[in-house]
Design a protein around this ligand. Structure first.
Ligand SMILES: [Zn+2]
Ligand SMILES: [Zn+2]
Length: 345
């Protein structure tokens, strides 16, 4: 067996719930370097928090900022992170300074100021204390974490227990958001929670850009008149919300046909779970576990107005070749906009 073949075999055999080193297997010859991060390898999680002594802390200039990493570009956005159904999901959008879900806290997530949690399954929320703790370690500003309102109190307790365990401060801003509620992220960005359909309480998020727009009643006026109105103190502009990126978390395909989710289906880029991709798993099985089957996406393909669709959260039962084949077999209208997120495979 070739070296790469044996590494691949090792990777497959390691895909178990206790595998913390999946991604480091992808680049075995590069050193794992916590502070200078010139490799796209992720740091073993334990090594970060072993450095509790102040003298061991890195200088702020040495924050982990990997220069080389895998990134998928769709429209104006880069997407990084890792996603394997049931193991860990964390999708990072550096341009928005956002991480969606945090199964185990990949290193790159630490640089994001906002964390949006879709639901409380551990493969989506397990890394939350490490995310906050590591930002504290690097003296970064406390992050803002948005969770479904119904889990907020329990997440507060989780942090409280960690504070009691190690005496750390774990500073952060925790925001509970209900479906339909918005959160102003500042810098012309707004987030809104939308309904998803999973086996436990869940929600997705749409991130909007907030743009100034001339009010309808002033459209068509000569520019001199508009200028005069503006100078006389008349508010001539209103705001327009443009759905940029939507993230579903785990959900059945029902969110696609939910009338209230029009902005999700119109977002420039939709990041959605498709846990199962072929006949080896049935639609019924997917629904039983609150997930989406790619065949449902195909059946509803006319509902997708997105410029790009990023499919995530593939089941560990699927081999990477199966996923690639399924993507190739998508109807053309869907295929030309679709991307499979295979980080972690
Ligand atoms: Zn999941
Ligand atoms: Zn789940």
């Amino acid at each position: 067996m070739s070296l790469s073949g044996s590494l691949y075999a090792s990777f497959r055999s390691l895909r178990s719930p206790v595998d913390f080193t999946l991604t480091s297997l992808r680049c075995p010859f590069k050193p794992l370097n916590l502070y200078h991060g010139r490799s796209h390898c992720l740091v073993p999680r334990s090594s970060v928090m072993e450095q509790k002594n102040v003298e061991d802390q890195p200088k702020s200039a040495e924050k982990p900022t990997p220069a080389s990493r895998s990134c998928i570009f769709i429209e104006d956005y880069g997407f990084e992170g890792i996603s394997i159904g049931g193991h860990e999901t964390c999708i990072i959008v550096p341009k928005l300074k956002v991480a969606f879900d945090i199964g185990r806290c990949p290193q790159r997530a630490i640089s994001q100021d906002f964390l949006f949690i879709s639901h409380a399954h551990l493969d989506h929320i397990g890394g939350i204390p490490m995310y906050v703790a590591t930002r504290g370690l690097y003296n970064m500003k406390p992050p803002t974490i948005i969770v479904p309102s119904c889990v907020k109190e329990k997440v507060e307790k989780l942090f409280e227990i960690h504070r009691q365990l190690d005496g750390s401060e774990l500073e952060h801003n925790l925001i509970g958001l209900d479906v339909g509620e918005t959160f102003d992220m500042g810098k012309g960005l707004m987030a809104k929670a939308f309904k998803t359909y999973h086996v436990i309480p869940s929600q997705g998020y749409v991130i909007y850009s907030v743009r100034k727009k001339l009010k309808a009643e002033y459209l068509g006026l000569p520019s001199k008149e508009i200028k005069n109105l503006k100078e006389s103190g008349v508010e001539i502009t209103g705001t327009k919300l443009v759905p940029e990126v939507a993230f579903t978390g785990d959900t059945m395909a029902d969110f696609i046909v939910d009338q209230a989710n029009a902005d999700v289906m119109n977002a420039k880029v939709l990041i959605m779970e498709t846990t199962f991709v072929n006949d080896s798993m049935t639609v019924e099985h997917a629904r039983e576990h609150g997930h989406t089957h790619l065949s449902e996406v195909v059946a509803l393909s006319d509902k997708f107005n997105n410029k790009g669709i990023l499919f995530i959260h593939f089941s560990a039962r699927h081999r990477v070749e199966e996923i690639q084949t399924a993507m190739k077999n998508l109807p053309k209208r869907l295929q030309e906009r679709s991307h499979a997120f295979l980080e972690g495979w």
